[in-house]
Ligand binder design. Structure first.
Ligand code: LMR
Length: 425
């Protein structure tokens, strides 16, 4: 019997005692460390967000214009629930943007193609990847999902949570710093099994910045078709990578238009191309056969309802307004041009500075790669030294978010890289 006033002597044991250790997310942990750093010359080349030449966030002028309109409209329904699949107008426009439809002049082929696509609004790219992974886990039951080596770290987390075993296909050759296209194809040819799923980055591969050419895409799609591997495109940078909405959607549109027998899905994010990072705007599109579209949509809604009922409405309303107005859409394309061209010019500036300093090694990969990131080839030790000595933050894989560079800091960053390349192994 426990005497009154005395404490129980046995230590309490939690039902969670076996909780596994999970690593913190490197990208967000690094961003927090950068924010906490008080050094005046600190540089963030970590998280993939657009920054101006002054190192500041850039609310897109087109987005600001629409926000003003929304404020003035004061629509009394603006905080009401959406449908479970999301904002229908937004979804149609997002689908048209991804697949290259012109709904104002709809052709018979376009009408047919649309009848195959089930679209739902998603909590940006991560949410779209997640809904897609859960849908495939339940209804395709792939033996494996193939991810590129390397891939965006969150792909591993998302598929890990889906319970589908992950396999990797070669993608990056560290000695040439180029795409390992032969290695990729060979691996898929010899080891992928019918019914497997494959995650493909539609453009601006994260983290390497290396995309297949159109001829290479055709060969990748051919393997998927022959071996019945289900393609899952992640499209997080449409218009942001090259400045062209068409070019950045080429691979997805190729499958839709040239391979009408193939089913596939696309996770679409508006975080980067509209600068709406925290608003979580995205869509998931499943391309199937017309007879199954409605049932697929219901199943997707079933997943969404059970998880979070529906995606948030504010950011999607902004995107809808931009995409539904020709003038706003043209302005937005101008914003995309501003962002993509600043990144391209910063790649060039860093490359030229490293060449000028005669930094050991070759650096042309910095200008060859495209999109938000450069896979610099710096070692983990050099990355640590950049942070500790120079307060320059990048991922330990050597991935650098180029938009963190500016005319004001590029010489400082190049000098720091020059130092660590010469002195840190
Ligand atoms: C990145 O890769 O840095 C971005 O896509 C941000 C994120 O969500 O990881």
């Amino acid at each position: 019997m426990v005497e009154s006033g005395s404490k129980p002597t046995t230590a309490r044991k939690s039902v969670f005692a076996g909780l596994p250790h999970v690593a913190v997310d490197e990208i967000f942990a690094l961003n927090h460390a950068f924010i906490a750093d008080t050094h005046p010359q600190k540089v963030s080349l970590g998280i993939g967000v657009y920054r101006t030449n002054e190192g500041k966030p850039w609310p897109l002028p087109t987005v600001e214009k629409v926000e003003k309109q929304l404020l003035e409209e004061k629509d009394i329904t603006r905080h009401e629930y959406l449908a479970i699949e999301g904002n229908i107008g937004f979804l149609q426009l997002a689908r048209d943007l991804m697949f290259g439809f012109d709904s104002k002049n709809e052709s018979a082929a376009e009408k047919e193609a649309k009848s195959r696509i089930a679209s739902v609004q998603a909590v940006s790219g991560t949410g779209a990847n997640h809904v897609g992974a859960i849908f495939l886990a339940h209804h395709l039951k792939p033996k494996h999902v193939w991810l590129s080596d390397p891939s965006w770290a969150n792909h591993n987390t998302i598929w890990d949570l889906s319970g589908i075993p992950i396999k990797q296909y070669p993608y990056y050759n560290p000695s040439t710093r180029k795409l390992d296209f032969e290695g990729m194809l060979q691996k898929l040819e010899t080891e992928a099994q019918e019914g497997d799923a494959i995650l493909l980055h539609a453009c601006a591969h994260n983290p390497t910045g290396l995309d297949p050419t159109q001829e290479q895409w055709k060969a990748i799609v051919d393997v998927c078709e022959r071996k019945r591997i289900f393609p899952f495109f992640d499209s997080a940078y449409q218009g942001f990578a090259s400045g062209s909405l068409e070019k950045d959607a080429w691979a997805v549109r190729y499958v839709l238009n040239e391979k009408p027998e193939m089913e596939m899905c696309v996770a679409q994010s508006f975080s980067k191309n509209c600068g709406l990072y925290g608003q979580r705007v995205g869509a998931f599109h499943l391309v199937t056969v017309p007879e199954l579209r409605e049932t697929a949509l219901k199943n997707l809604c079933h997943i969404i309802r059970g998880e979070y009922s529906m995606a948030p409405r504010y950011g999607a309303e902004i995107v809808k307004k931009i995409l539904s107005d020709d003038e706003l859409k043209a302005q937005w394309q101008g914003d995309l041009e501003v962002m993509s061209s600043r990144i391209i010019s910063m790649r060039k500036a860093l490359y030229e500075e490293l060449v000028r300093l005669q930094t050991p090694g070759t650096w042309d990969h910095i200008v060859i790669q495209n999109g938000m990131f450069s896979y610099t080839g710096l070692t983990p030790e050099q990355v640590v030294a950049l942070k500790e000595k120079y307060h320059i933050y990048l991922l330990k894989s050597g991935r650098a978010s180029i938009s963190g560079l500016s005319e004001n800091n590029v010489a400082y960053v190049a000098k720091a890289i020059d130092d660590v390349v010469r002195n840190v192994v």
